[in-house]
Design a protein around this ligand. Structure first.
Ligand code: ZN
Length: 186
């Protein structure tokens, strides 16, 4: 697998007009293949294995928010990074997720080729299916290298996407409380 990838990276270097045999590039195909595999390691993970039973009984029915989860992903259109932050909230109905698990769920989906809209939805639906929450909200704000380094070259534009499920969709109060808590409402 890694062999095959590094072979293709060698061809990419050639295609770019480089000489893959020059000293500085000798190990680049191997390193690039390894890096790319790491950046896409979410393909090898499942929700069950990520959550790994870290679901705890709780009578808390107040909104749980995990803010500013660092996010690193690759856009599926250009294979260029988009990086930013995710904010995730849910309203438990008897079960809460272990603290680090929300971040790990974000990471599992981010470490695949993505578009930001789908990533946002996949995270929301995963949290919903694991916790059976009364509602889930996910907001992602990210900067896309494919916009910053090429094309329109808009260095400061931040793309914002959100998915609201259940109570966050039905109740504007709940939604506003969430947006206020992540500092996104006026
Ligand atoms: Zn792109």
């Amino acid at each position: 697998m890694s062999e095959q990838l590094s072979h293709h990276y060698r061809e990419i270097l050639r295609g770019l007009g480089e000489n893959p045999e020059r000293e500085g590039l000798l190990d680049t195909p191997k390193r690039a293949a390894k890096a790319m595999q790491y950046l896409c390691h979410g393909y090898g993970q499942t929700l069950e294995e990520i959550v790994n039973g870290a679901l705890f009984e709780s009578d808390n029915d107040e909104m749980v928010i995990v803010r500013e989860i660092e996010l690193y992903s690759l856009c599926e259109h250009h294979l260029l990074p988009f990086i930013g932050k995710a904010h995730v909230a849910y309203i438990p109905t008897g079960k809460v997720l272990g603290l680090s698990k929300v971040a790990r769920i974000v990471d599992m989906y981010a470490r695949r080729l993505q578009i930001q809209e789908n990533l946002t939805r996949q995270i929301a639906e995963a949290v919903q299916s694991v916790t059976q929450a009364a509602g889930v909200a996910v907001v992602i704000e990210a900067k896309h290298m494919c916009m910053m380094m090429r094309g329109v070259e808009k260095q400061n534009s931040v793309m914002s996407t959100s998915v609201m499920l259940g109570a966050f969709r039905e109740s504007s109060n709940t939604r506003h409380e969430f947006l206020k808590l992540i500092g996104r409402s006026n």
